[in-house]
Design a binder for this molecule. Structure first.
Ligand SMILES: CC(C)(COP(=O)(O)OP(=O)(O)OC[C@H]1O[C@@H](n2cnc3c(N)ncnc32)[C@H](O)[C@@H]1OP(=O)(O)O)[C@@H](O)C(=O)NCCC(=O)NCCS
Ligand SMILES: CC(=O)OP(=O)(O)O
Length: 331
């Protein structure tokens, strides 16, 4: 079985409830009907029943629960909860009501906060910033985590590199210009995510345009320092750098550019130096190598809320919903 088939089986064996706020999007509704048909998760669709029925023409969504924010008898509970969580930022009941009834992303995240859903998936229509901001504001970070970051699981067909073509690319979605400490934290979180989702030992490469001192620049220094911090913070995780991409994943290039490194040429977790590199890198793998690309998956939020690219397909959404359900089942 491939990566996503294993994830779907795991999700089916411990069924969770995922809320989908982007119900005006046909791909999201197609994904919802597939998730329900395969029994991967229970689904809550946020929106007006008639509008959803119109958009879902020809799809079977009869097993989904539809909740209209302006009709639900839970609205006052959610207003109180949102005011409580954001009172230090000056949130009033009027503002909370406006947000919850007008912005379904806030409604979905508040449902997760209230425990009425186990996770949320959106981003087929909304930008990453708009999807992730409410979850950072309302759910906050998981215990022991300061920095939330986001990765893609990339599955490259017919590929001998990584874990039989499966990689984590990090951060490809959230932290725009991480410093060395943040890069090290991204490396640690990504190693853990690889272990829990892919089920194999993570081998982490800190990527750069330099391999072991072959180039000199402040950008290289940042990655060298991040590698030092990551090795110190996570002594039991296989981490090394700084590596160019070829030295990180191709055994022969790793051996010639970084002799002596037991990570070079074997990496399956790729930590990019900034979001430009991470976001461009995942899209290159997806579009030119025809890789499956699931994400951006967040790590470090108290409960799972995951994003999508606006360029996603219905099958990408199915994959991210299944991953979200698996994350929700991990204690
Ligand atoms: C996600 C993003 C909007 C958050 O940025 P922001 O401008 O700091 O947003 P806000 O200032 O409103 O922060 C919201 C809250 O989240 C917290 N926060 C922001 N980033 C965080 C992070 N990485 N980890 C933990 N908490 C974070 C802030 O501290 C703030 O908390 P508070 O409101 O309780 O004080 C921003 O990092 C971003 O735009 N990233 C790039 C997304 C993108 O375009 N990706 C490319 C396509 S995938
Ligand atoms: C992840 C990502 O790049 O999202 P979008 O394509 O929607 O900007």
């Amino acid at each position: 079985m491939g990566f996503i088939d294993v994830i779907k089986e795991r999700a089916k064996n411990n069924k969770k409830t995922i809320v989908l706020p982007e119900t005006g999007d046909r791909r999201t509704l197609e994904a919802a009907s597939k998730i329900l048909a395969e029994g991967i998760a229970n689904l809550i669709l946020v929106g007006n029943k008639d509008a959803i029925a119109k958009e879902a023409d020809g799809l079977d969504l009869s097993a989904a629960t539809i909740i209209d924010p302006s009709q639900t008898d839970k609205l006052q509970t959610y207003i109180d909860l949102l005011v409580e969580v954001r009172k230090s930022k000056g949130m009033t009941p009027e503002q909370a009501k406006e947000l919850l009834t007008k912005d379904y992303l806030y409604f979905g995240v508040t449902m997760v906060k209230a425990g009425d859903a186990d996770g949320m998936v959106a981003g087929a229509v909304n930008s990453t910033a708009n999807v992730l901001r409410p979850s950072l504001q309302i759910l906050k970070t998981a215990p022991g985590t300061k920095l939330v970051s986001a990765f893609f699981v990339i599955v490259v067909p017919n590929c001998e590199f990584g874990a039989d073509g499966t990689f984590i690319f990090s951060d490809s979605g959230l932290v725009q210009n991480p410093n060395s400490e943040e890069l090290a934290a991204i490396a640690g979180s990504s190693a853990k995510s690889f272990e829990t989702l892919v089920g194999k030992e993570p081998i982490v490469a800190m990527l750069s345009h330099s391999t072991k001192g072959s180039a000199a620049h402040a950008d290289v220094d940042k990655v060298v320092e991040a590698t030092r911090i990551a090795k110190e913070l996570y002594p039991n995780v296989k981490i090394d750098g700084e590596f160019q991409l070829d030295a990180a994943i191709v055994p022969s290039v790793g051996a010639s550019k970084a002799p002596g490194s037991d990570i070079a040429g074997k990496a399956n977790v790729l930590v990019f130096p900034d979001l430009d590199a991470g976001n461009i890198g995942y899209k290159l793998a997806q579009r030119l190598a025809k890789a499956e690309a699931y994400g951006p998956i967040t790590q470090g939020i108290a409960r799972p809320v995951n994003d999508l690219s606006r360029g996603c397909s219905a099958d990408d959404i199915v994959g991210v919903i299944a991953i979200t359900a698996v994350q929700a089942s991990i204690k």
